[in-house]
Write a protein that binds this ligand. Structure first.
Ligand SMILES: C[S@@+](CC[C@H](N)C(=O)[O-])C[C@H]1O[C@@H](n2cnc3c(N)ncnc32)[C@H](O)[C@@H]1O
Length: 326
């Protein structure tokens, strides 16, 4: 499709572009092009350009600019993306609706917009959602080269922990035996198996276990992943002294599972212990609980103390990497 363009010698291009911009006649939907020493500036109204300008009809490419939600709204909304699901955390109903509409009108690849309708709760750490656009709560999320199917209505998953999970996954070596005591849909287990570890993932939520199995297949690591449904304290009899690496991502209550962790640990085992504690002493309670559970059986060396994120005012989500050596 041809559009009217002002043609000027290349050396006059910027000066002319400024004049046309001041008159607000540049056609922003098309590219400015250069050919054989001339610049072609697409214009919306050939009669509005200075009379000294030469206007020609020319075939120029359409300009591909992305419309973002902020372009529609006039302010920058905050949201997270999980595949084609966009997640909001808004309180005001009108503002929430406006943001959802802007997201769907924008060029973001969004199929669904969800708003957090409760905190994560209960043993399975699942939250309620309001579906604002699209339908369903299932997403396919890509994280550091692995794909995860997840249904947010039925199981826990947070994209915010991606960097932390990657930090841990990078420590994993081929052939080691890794045990995730609270595995969810597998965001630790799958990348560990992808690096050649033999993995066991336990979860009390049957839906999470179903998705963990599906995710192992999806990423081609099902041969190295064993899944077990149930309370980890009750289903690990076959794995005593087995784990070279343990993941304990159940902040708030991981200390209740340390006895089981010690049963699972091999002679030399690294435990990744997640906790939520007051900022005044974020690592102390976890470290003391681990030392008490290990007793005389293991030497305990804390290799990393790291703040993962701020959880609430004065409360931190932290991780301890702890080596247990028998
Ligand atoms: C905070 S989520 C972490 C899931 C996953 N590791 C992740 O990072 O996304 C905790 C998980 O532990 C599971 N869980 C809670 N209590 C459990 C128990 N006693 N035994 C096994 N799994 C449990 C929940 O169902 C939930 O999926």
């Amino acid at each position: 499709m041809t559009v009217p363009c002002v043609r000027v010698p290349r050396e006059d291009g910027e000066k002319t572009r400024t004049i046309l911009a001041d008159r607000d006649v540049i056609a922003k939907g098309h590219e400015i092009t250069v050919e054989e020493g001339s610049i072609y500036i697409p214009v919306t109204d050939p009669t509005a350009v200075p009379s000294a300008c030469t206007v020609v009809q020319r075939d120029v490419p359409a300009r591909h600019t992305q419309t973002m939600p902020a372009d529609v709204l006039g302010f920058e909304p905050s949201y997270e993306r999980l595949g084609e699901v966009v997640i909001l955390d808004e309180d005001d109903a009108d503002r929430t609706r406006d943001i959802a509409e802007a997201i769907m009108a924008s060029d973001l690849p969004a199929e669904t917009v969800l708003n957090r309708a409760s905190k994560v709760k209960g043993e399975q750490r699942v939250r309620e959602w309001d579906i604002l656009a699209g339908d369903g709560t299932e997403a396919i999320h890509r994280e550091y080269g692995c794909d995860f199917a997840v249904d947010l209505a039925d199981m826990y998953f947070s994209p915010r922990l991606a960097t932390e999970r990657h930090r841990v996954a990078k420590q994993v070596t081929a052939g080691e035996q890794a045990f995730d005591m609270f595995a969810g849909v597998g965001p630790f287990v799958i990348p560990f198996a992808d690096r050649g570890a033999t993995c066991v993932g336990v979860d009390v939520n049957p839906d999470a276990i179903e998705y963990l199995r599906e995710n192992a297949r999806r990423n081609g690591v099902e041969n190295r992943v064993t899944t077990i449904e149930g309370d980890v304290r009750e289903v690990v009899a076959d794995y005593g002294n087995w784990a070279d690496r343990l993941v304990m991502n159940l902040p708030h209550s991981a200390d209740e599972f340390l006895e089981t962790a010690v049963e699972l640990a091999s002679d030399d085992c690294v435990v990744h212990y997640y906790d939520i504690q007051h900022e005044d002493d974020p690592f102390g309670p976890g470290e003391r609980a681990i030392r008490e559970a290990a007793g005389d059986e293991y030497d305990v060396a804390v290799e990393t103390r790291r703040t993962v994120r701020s959880y609430a005012p004065h409360e931190l989500n932290v991780v301890l990497d702890v080596r247990l050596s028998r």
